[in-house]
Design a protein around this ligand. Structure first.
Ligand SMILES: Cc1cc2nc3c(=O)[nH]c(=O)nc-3n(C[C@H](O)[C@H](O)[C@H](O)COP(=O)(O)OP(=O)(O)OC[C@H]3O[C@@H](n4cnc5c(N)ncnc54)[C@H](O)[C@@H]3O)c2cc1C
Length: 171
């Protein structure tokens, strides 16, 4: 136990060790495969990488896109299109990161959010509105993965658990 008034837990991102030993692919110091704007590895254009295991530095930028769900999701969409293009002998789709903002959940008590907008400028909000956005986004993710019916069942299960479960962790 570490006695303290406030404890902050933080962790960095490191891609799995085996990526550094894949023969011939360039990786950075945290084992991410270095890719270009088409998500092709810098050494072999037939090898693609995306998400946390890839390092992509946008042209004209000094720093890589962050290892976040939004990046991984946008890259997955681009790559899904690119692979179909490739099979059909057409040009690959370029990945351009569109930062739509961030939402941070501070347990059920509070949330903070920032939406990036071209017309409205950046918009920061917190409290119940941020919490509503966070929960909506979470459910949309579940919907994308599980579909309508399973997500509906998951929502019902969560409501029942909240009503019937203990207010503190018992084990
Ligand atoms: C605690 C935590 C909180 C986070 N919070 C946020 C947040 O609030 N917002 C945000 O944008 N991002 C957040 N992130 C980051 C976000 O989760 C990642 O950026 C995102 O999940 C990356 O997606 P990915 O598909 O690249 O990797 P992952 O989602 O990690 O998917 C990789 C998959 O590969 C599987 N896998 C691994 N090794 C093997 C293997 N050898 N064989 C087969 N399968 C394998 C794994 O099981 C996993 O399912 C958080 C991450 C952590 C750890």
């Amino acid at each position: 136990m570490i006695p303290a008034d406030l404890k902050v837990w933080s962790a960095g991102v490191k891609a799995p060790e085996f990526l550094a030993h894949l023969d011939g692919l360039e990786v950075n110091r945290i084992n991410q495969i270095v890719v270009n704007e088409y998500l092709q590895s810098s050494i072999d254009s037939d090898v693609f990488a995306f998400g946390d295991c890839a390092q992509f530095i946008p042209p004209g930028s000094d720093s890589p896109v962050p290892p976040r769900a939004q990046v991984a999701s946008q890259q997955a969409t681009v790559l899904a299109k690119s692979l179909i293009q490739m099979v059909n002998g057409k040009p690959l789709v370029q990945f351009i990161f569109k930062d739509k903002g961030s939402l941070i959940s501070l347990s059920k008590h509070s949330s903070v959010g920032q939406i990036m907008g071209n017309l409205s400028g950046d918009f920061t909000f917190e409290g119940k509105l941020a919490r509503l956005f966070y929960v909506t986004l979470y459910r949309l993710h579940q919907f994308a993965i599980h579909g309508y019916w399973k997500t509906a069942l998951l929502i019902i299960r969560d409501v029942i658990n909240r009503r019937t479960g203990p207010t503190m962790k018992l084990h």
